[in-house]
Design a protein around this ligand. Structure first.
Ligand code: HEC
Length: 195
């Protein structure tokens, strides 16, 4: 009996492969039928037959008024913002470091060299963030690259908030600064100790 019982159970439940005109016996209906529309589906309720609705013209959803062009787009009037609109504090840099290590380091490496793990295992090479060309970019352009991506680099606007992107920009600046020090940056009394 112990062997027969599972066999009988399989017979009872496991008939999913057969077609029939009768409605299936549902022991657990789970969520097979849901009173909802799928994205872009047609619907009978509205006259234009579209289930997905556009926002009402001239309205803004709560919390979605993005008036500050510099903060939200990194540019205003077709010009990139010259400087990070957020005050660069220790907290911002710590946050930027955390986000950079999550979102950028896989390709650009934690130091920004562009030799991250992705490049090491594929032909998909990232740019070194210490290139003079990248150092010369204004903060708004860096923000734009992170937001929309550029050429073979994907954008990160869905993974990061605007605030986080400005934190990353600040941290990239700190990384760049860390590799471009000169003797003049060292206090005079410490210069003899340099080797
Ligand atoms: C999936 C891999 C990948 C990730 C993650 C990534 N990048 Fe890139 N990045 C690239 C590649 C590849 C390029 C070179 C793009 C090209 O020139 O085709 C690049 C180029 C760049 C450039 C130079 C753009 C230019 O004008 O040449 C900057 C700046 C940059 N990335 C910053 C970032 C920052 C900041 C992050 C984190 C938010 C990030 N990247 C995350 C792959 C990546």
């Amino acid at each position: 009996m112990r062997r027969v019982l599972p066999f009988l159970m399989t017979l009872l439940i496991g008939c999913a492969g057969q077609t029939s005109r009768k409605p299936p016996i549902e022991i657990f209906a789970d969520m097979d039928r849901q009173p909802k529309y799928k994205t872009q589906a047609a619907g009978a309720f509205f006259a234009d037959g579209r289930a997905s609705r556009r926002p009402v013209a001239g309205t803004v959803a709560q919390g979605q008024l993005k008036e500050d062009a510099i903060f939200y787009a990194g540019a205003e009037g077709g010009m990139y913002a010259g400087r990070n609109p957020l005050p660069v504090t220790r907290d911002l840099l710590v946050q930027g470091q955390e986000r950079f290590n999550i979102s950028c380091a896989p390709c650009h490496d934690r130091a920004g060299s562009g030799r991250g793990i992705v490049g090491a295992r594929s032909m998909w090479l990232a740019t070194s963030l210490h290139d003079q060309r990248i150092k010369d970019m204004v903060d708004g352009e860096l923000f734009d690259v992170i937001t929309h991506g550029r050429r073979s680099m994907p954008g990160y606007r869905f993974q990061t908030s605007e605030q986080e992107r400005w934190a990353i920009v600040a941290y990239v600046r700190a990384l760049q600064r860390a590799t471009s020090g000169t003797l003049a940056d060292v206090p005079e009394e410490l210069r003899q100790e340099l080797r």
